[in-house]
Design a protein around this ligand. Structure first.
Ligand SMILES: [Mg+2]
Length: 462
């Protein structure tokens, strides 16, 4: 068969969970025991090139099965479709998924269903980039501005950003593109690391990891805060004393506070010169973020990993509520919606410092920042991609960090391919890892962190 007749013939899904809660990796004030998980899908085709589109969204354990079920609800929108058509215009699939007249009731454009849409849309982009034999960042950076604009859904955005303004931004983004692409390939894209700052780590581990981060070339670290003020003061003091005055130190409360608490708590940590306060309160509270920002300046306010769609980002920008926009590659409706969010940020002049970590989020989001630098914002000034040193070994083309920078990926696609052995071993509950885990500790709740033990309001097991 010639490749241009190829169709999507299957969407395989996987509930993949890693037992990260055992080491308190990823622990913060709201999520004390995450088991980093991926609701993962593979779009298979009948093309002789045997390329497949991989996509996923990230969860932290229980509920990953719900997320997989949401992805499966989208199957009929992609299976049977022409590969050529989808890859030439991933906006087609984005529009058809967002527009499903019955599934839309479960959102619209928010929550589990929207994350499922993002996973499927991202898998289509992965396939499109593989077929063009380009890493996704380069596919986007090489694309015609008109085509990129056609990929964005401007519904609910035009009071803040019109298609004509977006086109203008993208045309300007082309100026000097070659030099920036050279610089990206030479130097990479700046990263910061959250690895030292998980709430469950001892002071000794925090100090050691912070020291190692600076030695490895990171110019910014991040600490989780918000559970106990005395602990936070002590941990910020330890970290600041280790990294010195010039390394940026961000703090992240993971939505723990009311607006007043946020203002008071950040005030109490001000002597340690935090660079930004991340997720001080609910990601839906636009005016709350604006009030916090007014009160805590010059500490910057950042949010985005739980911002559900482009419309909330629009309002955060319109309200002057954030200094730093932290988009996430797998939270919203995929690359198409993230293009809209990058364009909004460019219009408002707010730097994008993406959320990453989890499972595979670093692998995905590097492509969006690199496109942003090469062909939209044209700068890496005050821009950094989060980096967490977890679970990269499960990917076939894991991120590479050199001197505190992400090395630009050159492998075609969206860097989403997980090793087949990892997919099968960590599939929950019947993969080899979980079967062995249950055998080692008899009883139905052996899968620690994935059990059903009652928890209090912060998720701590009762
Ligand atoms: Mg965060």
């Amino acid at each position: 068969m010639s490749p241009d007749l190829a169709r999507i013939i299957a969407m395989d899904t996987f509930d993949v969970r890693f037992p990260t809660s055992r080491e308190l990796d990823g622990s913060d004030a709201m999520n004390p025991d995450p088991d980093y998980s991926a609701a993962y899908l593979v779009l298979r085709t009948d093309s002789p090139d045997e390329l497949a589109g991989h996509g996923f969204t990230f969860t932290i354990g229980r509920g990953n099965d719900v997320q997989v079920a949401a992805i499966e609800a989208l199957r009929s929108h992609v299976v049977g479709r022409s590969v050529d058509e989808l890859c030439a215009d991933p906006g087609l699939v984005s529009r058809s998924l967002v527009g499903d007249s019955q599934l839309r009731w479960l959102g619209p454009e928010k929550g589990v269903m929207h994350m499922a849409i993002g996973a499927v849309v991202n898998a289509v982009w992965d396939l499109a980039a593989k077929r063009q034999r380009k890493p996704l960042w380069k596919l986007l950076a090489d694309a015609d501005p008109e085509w990129l604009v056609s990929q964005v859904d401007f519904r609910y955005l035009t009071d803040a950003l019109t298609p004509a303004e977006a086109l203008d931004l993208l045309r300007r983004g082309k100026e000097g593109r070659e030099e920036r692409e050279d610089a990206l390939l030479r130097k990479g894209y700046p990263a910061y690391t959250t690895s030292p700052g998980w709430l469950g780590y001892s002071d000794e581990k925090l100090a050691r990891l912070a020291r190692e981060a600076v030695a490895a070339g990171f110019a910014q670290i991040k600490l989780k805060v918000g559970a106990d003020l005395d602990d936070d003061i002590r941990r910020c003091r330890v970290a600041r004393s280790v990294v010195g005055p010039h390394v940026r130190m961000a703090i992240d409360a993971n939505q723990r506070w009311n607006v007043d608490d946020a203002v008071a708590w950040v005030g109490a940590l001000a002597e340690f010169d935090p660079y930004w306060i991340e997720e001080p309160t609910s990601p839906d509270d636009i005016l709350g973020h604006a009030a916090i920002r007014d009160a805590v300046a010059p500490v910057k306010v950042a949010t985005g990993e739980h911002v559900q769609n482009r419309i909330v980002f629009k309002q955060l920008l319109q309200a002057g509520a954030i200094d730093v926009l932290q988009l996430d590659a797998a939270r919203v409706g995929g690359v198409n919606e993230n293009l809209g969010i990058l364009l909004l940020a460019a219009k408002f002049g707010v730097p994008v410092c993406p959320h990453a970590g989890g499972v595979g989020l670093c692998e995905l989001v590097q492509h969006l920042s690199m496109f942003d630098y090469v062909a939209l914002s044209r700068t890496t000034q005050d821009r950094v991609i989060e980096y967490v040193d977890h679970l990269h070994e499960h990917f076939t083309a894991p991120v590479v960090i050199r001197d505190g920078h992400y090395v630009a990926p050159t492998v075609p696609g969206f860097s989403a391919d997980m090793e087949r052995a990892s997919l099968t071993a960590y599939t929950y509950p019947d993969g080899a890892f979980w079967v062995a885990d249950r055998a080692a500790v008899p009883g139905p709740s052996a899968a620690e962190g994935s059990d059903d033990t009652p928890r209090d309001s912060l998720g701590v097991r009762a």
